[in-house]
Ligand binder design. Sequence first.
Ligand code: ASP
Length: 349
Amino acid sequence: MNNLKICVMIMAGSLLAMSCKSYKKSTTLAKGEFILAIHGGAGTILKKNMTDSMEHAYKTVLGQALQVGYEKIKQGGSSLEAVESVIHIMEDSPLFNAGKGAVFTHDGRNELDASIMDGKTLAAGAVAGVSTIKNPISAAKAVMEKSEHVMMVGRGAEQFAKQAGLEIVDPSYFWTEARWESLQKIKKEDSTKTQLDHDKKQVSRLGVTNKDAKFGTVGCVALDGYGNLAAGTSTGGMTNKKFGRVGDSPIIGAGTYANNETCAVSCTGWGEFYIRHVAAYKVSALMEYKGEDVVHASQEVMDGIGKMGGNGGMIVLDKNGHVAMPFNTAGMYRGTVTKNGKITVEIYK
Ligand code: ASP
């Protein structure tokens, strides 16, 4: 064997060793302690704009949701069941932009989106643009479990949900004064903006007229006692959205992703950016192919979104119980629960 060949072999060997080492580094982290994480949306959430009673109200619902998820998993429930019941609590609260508290479209309607994914089988379900399904996350789960499809939209999704026995409500169920006022405010601000302002913010092109027009999308990631991950996200989308706009939340790989080999992810923020970055899947891919850990992978994706002008956050739980919750906004409603039942809820940076 000549010297050149030996040299090439040594180099290849050390490269292989280096890549194994970096992969190992992230997969041999000591077992984490988390079994569930939630978010209730990211945005310009500042302490100075929040009363004590509002803060208390948000923390109470987040705490209730985490408690419900913890009990589900402790009693032997699956991560999918935990995700569904946790998201129900937040969908039923008018505080969050999902279910009852969904924001309004430009036309004064509520069009809701949701998705769920099973990390064990990679099965997934989603609904988009629905106006009569009380809990869209359950409709997403029904699409996954009771149909051969992954995504259903509008009237078809509503018919399917009815057939699946889910609770159907009159569209007026989703009307809340706070969200109605937000729509009026944004429309007013919009009418005073010049075309130049629109162009600068790249928003007219996207059909969304205010990057702060979203707050309170909800999401949950869970790891059950069988080692299975699941993720779910539910939203009303962005206030003043037009033309049947659908964001990242119901798109598997963009707003939601789960894979037992890596992690479970739920995103919140300016959806167009999350779709273009395939954000949720990208976190998983960085872990799988680059050997990154949950903190670095999620931060890398958030940095990419931020660089392009997008804002928001995400929650990520890996297969070993490590959690990361990066965001580039002033705040993100968020919380975690450990396998010992320790609940932590936070709002600001
Ligand atoms: N990502 C959601 C959307 O773009 C909004 C949000 O998370 O607040 O529809």
